[in-house]
Design a protein around this ligand. Sequence first.
Ligand code: HEC
Length: 142
Amino acid sequence: MRIKVTLIVFLGLGIVLSSFRPETESNIKFSSNDFSLISTNTFASDTTKLDKETGLVVDENLYMVKAQCTGCHSTKLISANHFTRDGWKQKIRWMQANHNLWDLGETEKQVLDYLEKNYAPQQMVSRRAPLKDIKWYDLKLK
Ligand code: HEC
């Protein structure tokens, strides 16, 4: 009898106390600059460095992309997309036709080099490549 009562009291206390527990999970805040934690480029390999400021892949032509492509919208519009060189060119033409994007002139090559290299369409790698040169053998069951 004693033990039962003690148990119930402890259980009750436990439930009451647990409802006062501070919400630890919702207290975790991510800085919006911390692209190294939340990367929209899910395909980036471990060795790909992302620029702190823009979340874009670090590369010798990044400065030009920063200069030409960050004035109007978030760089997430860039990092969330993967196009061929031609596809990127079409996006640029589309922005030039509809959204007052200026003529990139000489710098367009650098911008396209960068985009083609770092934001090309990527294959989903969901399984290993098929095996080659397999040597089959008879499985002898006794
Ligand atoms: C003059 C302003 C301006 C500049 C500079 C600019 N863009 Fe844009 N861009 C836009 C607008 C406006 C949109 C449409 C945004 C929306 O849909 O919310 C857009 C959309 C996009 C999109 C999404 C397209 C889609 O199909 O949804 C991509 C990708 C993009 N821009 C890439 C770039 C790149 C790369 C550069 C640098 C060459 C660049 N932008 C520079 C104005 C600009």
